[in-house]
Every structure is written in C-alpha cells, then in structure tokens.
Design a protein around this ligand. Structure first.
Ligand code: NAD
Length: 498
C-alpha cells in the first residue's frame, strides 16, 4: 500500500501512475473539524507547472485508453467497486475525520459512491448510438459516441468521495482520461480514490490527482487547451466564472452549483413525517449539502403546531464528533464555514424569530471543534437574506403562507433551482407542485436530499449549467456524438438523386 494518505507525511500528487512530491513550498495543514488538535493531512498547494504535467500525462494516456474496449474499461471499474466494498468502513471513517459528517452519513455517502461506480461499470456495455433511416437509398446513417479526451474534474469538500466518483467513473467508462482537482479541505478522500483505482489496475496517466488551490491548479485545468471537458461542482459564483472561461475556449463545461431548497408543508400533511424529514434534511451533514432543506414553507393553519414539533425534535438532535456512536450531526467543515454560519445567524436574528439554537456550541464535547447548534428561525419573510442566500449550515427558515398558491410562489422565489419537496395528501396539489416547482429534482412526502445511483442528478436556474450528472444521461456530457453517412451504392451519386 502506498503511503499517499498517511497523516504524518506531506501528501503527494498522483501523476502518471506515480506518487510525486510537489515542489511547492506552500503547505496547507488540514485538521479534524471535530478536534482541532488532530492534524489529518498536510498537503502541498501545488504549482501550475505540476498541474500542466498531470494534464500532459492524461493526454499521453488518452489514445490507448480510448482504444481499450469499453467492457474492459468497465471491468476495472467493477474491481474498484469490490475494493470500495471491502474498505467501506475505513473509507467512511476517513471521510468523517476529514470532513466531519456523522459516521452514518459517511457510510451512506460511501455506499452511494459504490452504487454509482457499479452502475457506471455496467454502462461500459451500454454505450449506444442511434441508427436512423436515411433520406437517400443505399445509405446507412448512424451515430457513435466518442470520448472528449482529457476531462478536468473540480470537486467540493462536502461529498469528497461520492462527487469525485460520480465524475471519474463516467468519464473513464466512456473512454476519457481524467485530472481531478479536489477541494483543499478534503485531500485524503481524493488520494484514497486514486489509490483504489491504481490497485484495480487502471493504467498510468488515465487518472491523475493534483492537490492545490482553485486559483492556481484549478484555474490551470480551466485554461489549459489540452483539457476538452470540465465537470465542476461547487458554488454558483465560481461555477459561473468557470463556465464563462471554459466557453471562451470551446471547452465542454458542466457545472453543478448551489441550492436553497424548499420543503412545502400543506395543512393536510402528515406532520410527524414532515418534521422528521425537515430535521434530517436541514441538520444532517451539518446542513452542508447542496440539497439541504433550508426553507420550510408551511401553511398558516398548521404552522404553530409544526414549529413546536420541529423545535422539540431539534432538542434531541445528537450533535458531536461524527465518529462517536449515535451522532446525527457533526461540526462545520472549518472555522471559516462556521463563521459564515454564525454571521447568517446574527442576520437572521433581525429577520425572523429565533426558536432554537442560534449560537456556537460550547463545553468539553465541543470546544475543540467547529460546532454550531441546529438553528430554527420562524416567521421569516421570503425576501429576507436568510431565506434567499445559501448558508451551508444547520440553519432552517420557516416561512408561513396562507395557501398552496402562495407556497408555490414563495418556493420559486429564489435564484436557485436544485431540489424541493412537498408534504401533502392532496394528489391534485401534489401534481400541480410537480408541474410548477422550478427545481431540477423534487420529492413527494420525502426529504429534499439524496439521489439514486442510476437516476440523473442536477438542477435548474442558477443551480446547474449543462447536462445533469449521474445515470445513463452522463453519456451526454462525457461523449461527443459523431454522425456517419455510409453510402453503399458503389458509384458516384448525382446530388439530386435519391
Ligand atoms: P467552491 O466553489 O468554493 O469550490 C469548489 C471547487 O472549485 C474547489 O475544488 C475549489 O478549489 C475550486 N475552485 C475555486 N475557485 C476556482 C477557480 N477560480 N478555478 C477553478 N477552480 C476553482 O465550493 P465549496 O465551498 O468547495 O463547496 C460548496 C458549494 O458546492 C456549495 O455552494 C454547494 O451547494 C455546492 N455543491 C453543489 C452540488 C450540486 O451537485 N449541485 C453538490 C455539492 C456541493
């Protein structure tokens, strides 16, 4: 086993199948967000030159990988699945130490990554084009799917295993080579992924990982002309910039970005079920999910009862070091993120009625980490900042409305359009909600979070640009379509002749 993820050493980049020391003198120390005494990783903030080398390695590896029969590419992915299954617990523990989410959520994330890798391995035998009837006689018209070449994957810290896997596995199965630039805060998960692919027999240069900042190595992936596809997940502001730069250079770009996801609760809803769903959707993973339930839009008639029940449930929401048994919520990912959350809580105190939480957690269990209490604001106005801006923390805003029409209007009144859900037993209203809600994913009587391995994942409005990720549709992004006209008349045809 290579020592790429040993915590006492400076991490290395993975370039051309080798663990390569960075020449950079800039070092970033990552600490466990639940226990700041523990150094989890020391990583180099690599240079642009090092990223260029990784891109060149991916370019060199591309022709042989493209020419490897797709089912053989799939077999390597099946090995990745087997290794991840064997190491599931260990991977989840690494994830929790590095990112902070509760172990049960980390296990769920690893399982999701396994499911996605398994689905994508199977896709190797389902790469399909179309055959089409031709306008002319003796002509065979069809399409084939071809890889883009080198694909750059830029990923955030909040799903440090699942998101890299849902970009890397389709990219590879369709014949691309990849350079991954993971978030600075979660390097070890990315390096473990590289180790697993290497162990599964992936040829050198087909997957490369370079650690460093978005401004330097991330930007090199965006600017480098050898990169033909860019798959980005992160904030809307960065994603929009990357999309614009990529477009100027005729790169194919896909961006999955922020969210401000509403849960609509109608008066006829099963409130017990809705409360459990909102608590989990808002506070699990510390609210650090793009699909987190951050707005609850509730009909006035049941609002008092709902809020009382939610406050009661929040009182018992178990917060602490995610590695400890029974935890439901861990810390914010770092001090900066915690301070952002606390800043929004202060803003919220002028915008709504604080009903729960509202401060950093203190005491022996919390003092070494970045813990914020799960926070509920009631009677928030739909246009206030805490109801409009992505907080990315355990803060939920309750917005009271008079009826279904107002609920729908409020639910749609943000720039984002990632996920949503509705709690109701009225099928007419449910179907109208499904028709009119402006989100890429919607859930009925279930939380805003989650997704299945073979089902597309993505949003609308300012949450997503480009084709959705995950599922068979991933082929739309990771391949180009080539159209073939094959004339079998065996002679020159007049242009007017059919
Ligand atoms: P971020 O935008 O700060 O960073 C994401 C990645 O982009 C990181 O690897 C970062 O280093 C890199 N980056 C930053 N600047 C760059 C630049 N100029 N050029 C190239 N790369 C650059 O986001 P984050 O804080 O890591 O993640 C949180 C955000 O991600 C939230 O907004 C969340 O909603 C979003 N997210 C979206 C989805 C989705 O599928 N829609 C999933 C998870 C997270």
């Amino acid at each position: 086993m290579v020592t790429a993820t040993a915590t006492d050493q400076l991490c290395k980049n993975f370039i051309n199948g080798e663990w390569v020391e960075s020449k950079s003198t800039k070092i970033f120390e990552r600490r466990n967000p639940a226990n700041n005494d523990e150094v989890v990783a020391r990583i180099p903030l690599s240079t642009r030159e090092e990223m260029k080398r990784a891109i060149a390695a991916a370019k060199t590896a591309f022709p042989a990988w493209r020419d490897t029969p797709a089912p053989n590419r799939g077999k390597i992915l099946f090995k990745v699945v087997r290794i991840m299954e064997e190491q599931k617990e260990e991977l989840a523990r690494l994830l929790t130490r590095e990112e902070g989410k509760a172990l049960k959520d980390a296990l769920g994330e690893v399982q999701r990554a396994i499911n996605i890798a398994e689905f994508m391995a199977g896709e190797a035998r389902r790469i399909n084009g179309e055959t089409l009837p031709s306008e002319t006689t003796k002509t065979f018209t069809y399409t084939i799917r071809q890889p883009l070449g080198v694909v750059g994957a830029i990923t955030p810290w909040n799903f440090p295993i699942a998101i890299p896997i849902w970009k890397i596995t389709p990219a590879l199965v369709y014949g691309n080579t990849v350079v991954l630039k993971p978030a600075e805060l979660t390097p070890l998960c990315a390096l473990r992924i590289a180790e697993i692919f290497a162990e599964a027999g992936l040829p050198a240069g087909v997957l490369n990982v370079v650690l460093g900042t978005g401004e330097e190595v991330g930007d090199e992936l965006v600017q480098n002309p050898l990169v033909h596809g860019l798959s980005f997940t992160g904030s809307t502001d960065i994603g929009c910039k990357i999309y614009a730069s990529g477009a100027q250079q005729q790169k194919k770009v896909q961006c999955e970005m922020g969210g401000k996801n509403p849960v609509v609760i109608l008066a006829d809803a099963d409130l017990k079920m809705a409360v459990e769903s909102v608590a989990g959707g808002a506070f699990a993973s510390t609210g650090q999910r793009c699909t987190a339930s951050s707005r609850v839009v509730v009909e006035e008639q049941v609002a008092d009862q709902f809020v009382e029940m939610l406050v009661e449930r929040t009182r018992t929401f178990a917060v602490g070091d995610g590695l400890q048994a029974g935890m439901e919520m861990g810390p914010s990912v770092d001090e900066t993120q915690m301070n952002t959350v606390l800043k929004y809580i202060e803003i919220g105190k002028n915008e709504g009625e604080l009903r729960s939480g509202g401060a950093r957690l203190t005491g022996p269990k919390y003092d070494k980490g970045w813990f914020v209490a799960p926070t509920i604001f009631d009677k928030v106005k739909p246009n206030s900042r805490i109801a409009q801006e992505e907080i990315f923390g355990p803060v939920v805003s309750v917005i009271r409305v008079k009826d279904f029409d107002e609920a729908l209007e409020v639910a749609n009144s943000v720039r984002y359009g990632l996920s949503s859900s509705i709690y109701s037993t009225d099928s007419n209203k449910i179907f109208e909600f499904i028709d009119k809600i402006e989100t890429g994913m919607t859930h009925v009587n279930s939380p805003t979070v989650g997704g299945e391995a073979h089902v597309p994942f993505g949003g609308t409005k300012q949450s997503s640009i480009g084709p959705h990720e995950v599922g068979h549709g991933a082929m739309d992004f990771y391949t180009d379509t080539k159209v073939v006209y094959l004339d079998y008349t065996g002679r020159k045809r007049e242009s007017s002749q059919k």
